[in-house]
Every structure is written in C-alpha cells, then in structure tokens.
Design a protein around this ligand. Structure first.
Ligand code: GRF
Length: 203
C-alpha cells in the first residue's frame, strides 16, 4: 500500500470544543491540513452559536454542532448529546480550545485520558474557576511573575486540574499589560498544542 494511504489509515480522529475565537482550533486545522498532525478534525462543537470557531470549522469543511443549555436544558441529556456527537463521528481524542463549559460524566468517563485542554498560564499556578482570559494575565502581573506560559493538561472533573502533559515558558516583560502577555502566550499555545497533538497522534 502507498505510504500516503497507510498514513491516512492510521490517522486519528479529533473532536474540538471551542466557545469563542478559535485561534487554537485554526492552528490545529492548519497543522492537520499540512500533515504536521496525523489526524483529521472530525467535528467541532460549541456552546456558542456565534463562535468564530464554528465559522473556521465550516471554512475547513468540518461538520459543526451547537450544544448548550438552550438546545439541551437538562444537564445529563446535554452531556449525553455531546458525548454521542463525538462518538457518532468516531472521535478518538478531544481537544478543548477555549471551551468555557465543564464536561459531564458521560463524556469524561468515555474519553478519560483522551481529553486535552490548553490553559494560558503555567499550571498549577493561575488556574481554577474564574481563571480565564484576561483574569489569568492580570493575576500574573499582580503577582510580579517574571515568566508565564501555556499548559496542555488532561481534563478531569475539576477546572484546570488534570495531569500536566506539556508546558511552554514565556517571559513577562517590563512594560507588559494583560493584553501583550495574552498575545505572546497565545502564540506559544498554538505551537504547544500542535506539538502535543502531533506526538499523541503518532502513538
Ligand atoms: C486561549 O488563551 C486558551 O488558553 C483559553 O482561551 C483562549 C482561547 O483562544 N482557554 P482561542 O479561542 O483559541 O483563540
């Protein structure tokens, strides 16, 4: 069999969860398209029907779904719908990319050890409930840190708590604001997420 076909056969199927802009999703889509990650994004799910992430997925020809408290008011049924959607697309690894909701027990149990999240700081520092977006970078500045970074970790029942898989360090500079740190960290997130998924998809 031709090597390109062999590679395609061993390709992993990824599911991505994203709530907003989806720049991490875009980095993953681009890396899959370029063959840097031996995988295909099989479906993108958002809780936010207006997320730019959904448009990015559509542009790449990836199926999308919106699952939230309006489409599924009951917590258990919502979790089952999410897990069912991933399973129906054959998803093997789930990547959270700026996803603002907690996962339910069906999804966590079915995909345990196969769900990754990216956090814009060096966990276990600056994580947990309420630590997202600019709040993280403001806390880093307020603490007088000289470095911050990006963390990829496994997802479990507790926010930002699962085992750390990879980290990238980013300096905090003298005149930094939360916005300048966020921009620098985001570049590191994209690189780290692609490297981590590439390694996972080689296994
Ligand atoms: C990233 O900083 C990520 O670490 C955090 O939310 C942001 C999402 O950015 N969880 P994007 O939607 O991937 O552009």
């Amino acid at each position: 069999m031709a090597p390109s076909l062999l590679r395609r056969y061993s390709m992993k199927l990824l599911g991505v969860l994203a709530s907003h802009g989806g720049s991490n999703l875009q980095a993953i889509l681009d890396a899959c398209a370029m063959g840097r990650i031996n995988a295909r994004v099989a479906v993108v799910i958002s809780n936010n029907g207006n997320a730019l992430a959904l448009e990015r997925a559509r542009q790449a020809g990836v199926p999308v779904a919106v699952i939230n408290g309006k489409t599924h008011p009951d917590d258990t049924l919502r979790d089952q719908a999410l897990c069912g959607k991933f399973r129906s697309h054959g998803v093997e690894i789930i990547a959270l990319a700026g996803y603002m909701k907690r996962l339910g027990s069906d999804t966590l149990n079915h995909y345990r050890g196969k769900i990754l999240n990216v956090h814009p700081a060096l966990l276990p520092k600056f994580g947990g409930q309420g630590m997202y977006g600019h709040y993280v970078h403001e806390a880093v500045l307020a603490a007088g840190e000289i470095e911050t970074g990006a963390t990829i970790h496994l997802v479990d029942e507790v926010y930002d708590h699962g085992a750390i898989v990879a980290q990238a360090r980013v300096p905090v500079l003298k005149d930094d604001t939360a916005a300048t740190i966020a921009a620098r960290v985001l570049v590191a997130e994209h690189r780290l997420y692609v490297e981590t998924l590439a390694a996972w998809c080689r296994q």
